[in-house]
Design a protein around this ligand. Structure first.
Ligand code: HEC
Ligand code: HEC
Ligand code: HEC
Ligand code: HEC
Ligand code: HEC
Ligand code: HEC
Ligand code: HEC
Ligand code: HEC
Ligand code: HEC
Ligand code: HEC
Length: 345
């Protein structure tokens, strides 16, 4: 059988660090979570989750220190000088007051060396002198996704969130910042997104949309869990743009901390093969997001003579039948136990 590797190893990382990496957006939905099926999250996690806000604020602060001058980036108009946002406002009053003033980027007009509009559109003197000559100002519609993204990255690359963008699967496939964000025409309250997150992603990921419509699923449709809880759309250093919390923990245990251990008696595949050896991450037709329809079939995929000699066989008194009562009736602590080597409790 095929086991997808979900970040093996590195299990001894302190839990506090792990929890502090929880996304801030997740905290709001916590009340809902605690009503749910099990102790998916603890109150302690909830409290620690809020400490993520500090990290987010810190990364936003990084955005204020551009590494390169705007005038040196692709699309810049040679010889043009900065004229200041107030000048732009004289002709672009509507855009200024309706699509700029209320956005996070208005902060650029307040910074010591900030140029406001021209931080993105480049120095505007030639455009103004030409009475609004559109060929003398940076128009994002004329830039490639990569070029446009470089303009954004001059300020945002230093954020931990964006630091891997240049090697992201998205950019490599021609998906730049403006596929997901719009500085002037965002429809969302947060992050200048073009659409509500799941819908934004589904726009290009139809297969995943179908997976999240299955009967058992992580409920991204209501925002209980977000795509960005598990993936970083800006790219990461691991496969599938998956997030790893601090210390490279697998992405699942930041919420399902009860499965994390370390346990006195580990169920080896949980740590060696990862959660996705038994569960599908998005959605499944099987309860508990299991990969197979029947829990016994799942166990017997490994605990059978054909699999391999290092896996203990089921004892003689067990029947091989898939109709035998569910293995997890007795082997209850299937992710590992501190009390019993056979995971009875
Ligand atoms: C003298 C009036 C005037 C001033 C001042 C001015 N613009 Fe313009 N701008 C125009 C006109 C006219 C157009 C073309 C019509 C349109 O798209 O609104 C234009 C177009 C643009 C476009 C291209 C829009 C597109 O079609 O993609 C951008 C970007 C732009 N201006 C940015 C700026 C910035 C930034 C400033 C300040 C540095 C500025 N403008 C100052 C008159 C002006
Ligand atoms: C953070 C970067 C950024 C800043 C700051 C910025 N713009 Fe833009 N501007 C863009 C992008 C990107 C587009 C392409 C449309 C979009 O994605 O919203 C755009 C589009 C435009 C357009 C084309 C018409 C439209 O509505 O899309 C005009 C005109 C314009 N900007 C003018 C301005 C003016 C004037 C300012 C300052 C008041 C300004 N921009 C500040 C990034 C920026
Ligand atoms: C000159 C620097 C600069 C450039 C260029 C720039 N930004 Fe920003 N960006 C900022 C600053 C500063 C903030 C506000 C951070 C804050 O609120 O503390 C910001 C905020 C944002 C936010 C909202 C973050 C949040 O936490 O809500 C997004 C999304 C964003 N920028 C995307 C873009 C995109 C896309 C581009 C390219 C079109 C771009 N930025 C270009 C400096 C820049
Ligand atoms: C595939 C879609 C996608 C692309 C491409 C994308 N973003 Fe984002 N971005 C998001 C989503 C979704 C969020 C909200 C993340 C969350 O909820 O944790 C976000 C959040 C952000 C934030 C706020 C979080 C932070 O602290 O950094 C900034 C700033 C940002 N993006 C900038 C950019 C820039 C700059 C680019 C291009 C270099 C870019 N994004 C490309 C989807 C995208
Ligand atoms: C609970 C965590 C989680 C959430 C939420 C999640 N994903 Fe995933 N996703 C994963 C994991 C884990 C994989 C890797 C699966 C594997 O390798 O077997 C993956 C794989 C993918 C892939 C690659 C598929 C392939 O076959 O190569 C895409 C695309 C994807 N996810 C998109 C999304 C989108 C879009 C959303 C939100 C609508 C989303 N994911 C939400 C965990 C998640
Ligand atoms: C404009 C289209 C577009 C949007 C919007 C978009 N993606 Fe993608 N995404 C792609 C393309 C193209 C690829 C590369 C081909 C593929 O794997 O499907 C990709 C790949 C991925 C992968 C797989 C990476 C891998 O290693 O195989 C993940 C995960 C992913 N996207 C998540 C997201 C998430 C989460 C969102 C929403 C925040 C999102 N995407 C929004 C176009 C998009
Ligand atoms: C952002 C937090 C979060 C992350 C990350 C996360 N989950 Fe979940 N998970 C939840 C929530 C919340 C539920 C309950 C969903 C519901 O009731 O709709 C859940 C439900 C489940 C269930 C079903 C539980 C049941 O009782 O039916 C399984 C199995 C599961 N997750 C496995 C995973 C795996 C595997 C990963 C990593 C790929 C993962 N989760 C990542 C929050 C998360
Ligand atoms: C060896 C297979 C296997 C692996 C690996 C595995 N699980 Fe499970 N998991 C199960 C089975 C079987 C159940 C259903 C138990 C039941 O029906 O009582 C389950 C149930 C769950 C549940 C539902 C609540 C509960 O405890 O019953 C969650 C959440 C969960 N798993 C998360 C995870 C996470 C997170 C990982 C990775 C750290 C993981 N699982 C790895 C087999 C596995
Ligand atoms: C992906 C393969 C795999 C799956 C699926 C799997 N196991 Fe295991 N299991 C193992 C391995 C490997 C060991 C540990 C062997 C060792 O200790 O060296 C193990 C150990 C055990 C042990 C402890 C045996 C002992 O002697 O210590 C029990 C009990 C067990 N599994 C029950 C189950 C049950 C019940 C299921 C189904 C819910 C299941 N396993 C699913 C691979 C798997
Ligand atoms: C009625 C309760 C019960 C059910 C149901 C059950 N087991 Fe067991 N299992 C046991 C007991 C009791 C032992 C032996 C413990 C001992 O040796 O002390 C055991 C031992 C095991 C061992 C360890 C064998 C060894 O030599 O180390 C494995 C593996 C195992 N079971 C797998 C399964 C699988 C797979 C299923 C489902 C097909 C299952 N069990 C269903 C009670 C159960």
């Amino acid at each position: 059988m095929k086991h997808s590797k979900l970040l093996p190893g590195m299990w001894n990382f302190p839990r506090a660090t792990l929890c502090s990496a929880l996304r801030t957006g997740f905290t709001g939905t916590l009340a809902l979570l605690l009503i749910g099926t099990g102790n998916v999250l603890t109150a302690q996690d909830a409290q620690q989750a809020t400490s993520g806000a500090g990290a987010a604020a810190q990364s936003a602060a990084h955005a204020k220190h551009p590494a390169k001058k705007t005038s040196e980036l692709p699309g810049a108009v040679p010889g043009a000088k900065y004229v200041g946002s107030d000048t732009c406002k004289t002709c672009h009053d509507d855009l200024y007051s309706q699509h700029f003033e209320g956005t996070p980027h208005f902060a650029l007009t307040k910074e010591k060396d900030g140029h406001g509009c021209e931080d993105c559109h480049g120095p505007g003197s030639a455009h103004v002198d030409g009475g609004g000559d559109v060929t003398k100002i940076i128009r994002f519609s004329q830039l490639s996704p990569a070029q446009a993204s470089q303009r954004c990255l001059q300020c945002h690359e230093s954020s931990l969130e964006n630091v891997d963008f240049n090697r992201s699967v998205h950019l490599k496939n021609g998906v730049g910042c403006l596929a997901c964000h719009s500085p002037h025409h965002s429809t969302q309250p947060d992050y200048l997104l073009k659409n509500q997150q799941a819908l934004l992603c589904y726009g290009c990921h139809a297969t995943q949309k179908a997976e999240f419509e299955r009967p058992y699923r992580h409920r991204v449709d209501v925002g209980l869990v977000q795509c960005s809880d598990c993936h970083n759309p800006h790219g990461t250093f691991v496969a599938k743009q998956l997030r790893t919390a601090a210390g490279q923990f697998p992405v699942c245990t930041k919420c399902h901390s009860e499965t994390m251990g370390p346990f006195v008696f580990e169920h080896v595949p949980v740590k060696q093969e990862g959660c996705t050896s038994c569960h599908t991450p998005h959605g499944s037709t099987n309860p508990r997001l299991l990969r197979v329809s029947q829990v016994n079939l799942l166990c017997l995929q490994c605990h059978s003579p054909t699999f391999g000699s290092n896996v203990p066989q089921i004892p003689g008194f067990h029947t091989q039948s898939a109709k035998y009562q569910a293995c997890t009736m007795c082997h209850v602590q299937i992710h590992g136990s501190n009390f019993n080597e056979f995971f009875f409790r």
